[in-house]
Design a protein around this ligand. Structure first.
Ligand SMILES: Nc1ncnc2c1ncn2[C@@H]1O[C@H](COP(=O)(O)OP(=O)(O)OP(=O)(O)O)[C@@H](O)[C@H]1O
Ligand SMILES: [Mg+2]
Length: 375
């Protein structure tokens, strides 16, 4: 059958959705593997919920195809369309709104009643789902007499009660306070691992995405900009958007002064003739066509890769000098602003290193951690 390719559990091909002339989803293709936690990560309005709703069958794509375990769920060109209740998926929508006037049991049982599942089966499936989310014994509680985290679990149980092969979670932790979010994140991961259930998770929070996911698709304006495991997308961003969305960056302006035999770029920091500082940058990550000699570029590095030292230039290390411009105490560390040429870089500093404003310091950074981007 068409669609039975590779090890794709869920496959999207060229999924496109246009709302009133606005392209909300722009030809997305991706494969989710069985048993993995796959995350759509991106800023507000980039199309995450729309993709999820299309997969769940709540929205029809204008173009493209969806397959679950090789079976077509939607093929726009052939008029194939499987309704949501026949898709074997559980969805926890962005506003998970549980019914306040119903008990926990009835909240979870509701969908099964609508589908006319038998009395006994309902009892069994509901208690199974409540056990999975740690709410056994809460059956008779009013939904309003639950904490935020418990309500979140009811919403999750409501999706799990269908014994779905795929669970779709739309920003399930965003309504919780920071501490509860950490706890639920941990619980979700354990639940996903222990049940082997396939999870498609949506979030705009990069820490959440990186800590929960086996693989991440980073979305921007209806497109997938990069797909890979958390380390890949963090360490080897393919676009400036992915680079900046996934964490802090230090950016040094410069121009290409040469290329080493081993492929590293030799970058002159600042404008030509000024200062005469050079730094080596590996090309790893940046999807850049060979930058030309003399081309203006930005060199990017993650703050945790930068080491600050005082005194003389550290021998044998890839480093530049700068001047301490300011110091900020933020609890577990200092954040130190260092002026290098015209650029100000924010460097993390452990509490045992003391520097003074105006002091000359050196910033060392491994060339493999530096990427070169066109300006
Ligand atoms: N039913 C609709 N009618 C018209 N436009 C819509 C509709 N649903 C979504 N959109 C638009 O499509 C785009 C993508 O919306 P979507 O809800 O998928 O974004 P999102 O990534 O989930 O954002 P958020 O993080 O804020 O939830 C937005 O510009 C939104 O305004
Ligand atoms: Mg959304």
């Amino acid at each position: 059958m068409r669609g039975c390719v590779g090890d794709a559990f869920l496959e999207l091909r060229d999924i496109t959705k246009i709302f009133d002339g606005l392209i909300a989803v722009n030809g997305i293709s991706l494969e989710v593997r069985q048993g993995e936690c796959f995350t759509l990560l991106g800023p507000s309005g980039c199309g995450k919920t729309t993709v999820l709703r299309i997969i769940a069958g709540l929205e029809e794509p204008d173009r493209g195809e969806i397959y679950l375990e090789g079976e077509p769920l939607a093929v726009a060109s052939r008029g194939i369309w499987v309704p949501p209740e026949k898709r074997r998926m559980g969805l926890v929508p962005q506003s998970y709104a549980i019914w306040p006037h119903l008990s926990v049991f009835e909240n979870v049982a509701y969908g099964l009643r609508v589908r006319r599942v038998g009395h006994e089966a309902i009892g069994k499936q509901v208690s199974e789902a409540l056990q999975l989310v740690g709410l056994s014994g809460f059956e008779d509680r009013r939904a309003t007499a639950l904490s935020g985290g418990q309500q979140q679990r009811v919403a999750l149980a409501r999706a799990l009660v269908y014994r779905p092969s795929l669970v779709l979670l739309d920003e399930p932790l965003s309504n919780l306070d920071a501490k509860l979010r950490d706890q639920m994140r941990e619980e979700l991961r354990v639940l996903q691992r222990s049940t082997g259930i396939t999870v498609l998770f949506v979030t705009h929070d990069q820490v959440e995405a990186m800590s929960l996911s086996d693989r991440i698709a980073v979305m921007n304006s209806g497109n997938v900009e990069q797909l890979g495991n958390p380390e890949e997308v963090y360490d080897q961003p393919l676009t400036a958007f992915v680079r900046d969305f996934l964490g802090d960056n230090l950016l040094l302006q410069g121009r290409v002064a040469g290329r080493e035999a081993d492929g590293n770029f030799r970058i002159q920091i600042g404008s030509t003739g000024e200062g005469g500082q050079y730094i080596l940058a590996g090309e790893s990550g940046a999807r850049l066509k060979e930058p030309a000699l003399g081309q203006e570029v930005s060199v990017s590095v993650r703050p945790e890769k930068v080491k600050l030292s005082r005194g003389t230039a550290p021998a044998g290390e890839n480093s530049v000098s700068g001047v301490v411009d300011g110091l900020l105490f933020i609890g577990d560390r200092y954040e130190c602003r260092v002026k290098v040429g015209a650029d100000k870089l924010l460097v993390y500093l452990s509490r045992d290193i003391r520097v003074e404003p105006g002091e000359k310091v050196f910033l060392s950074m491994p060339k493999e951690g530096l990427t070169v981007w066109p300006r």
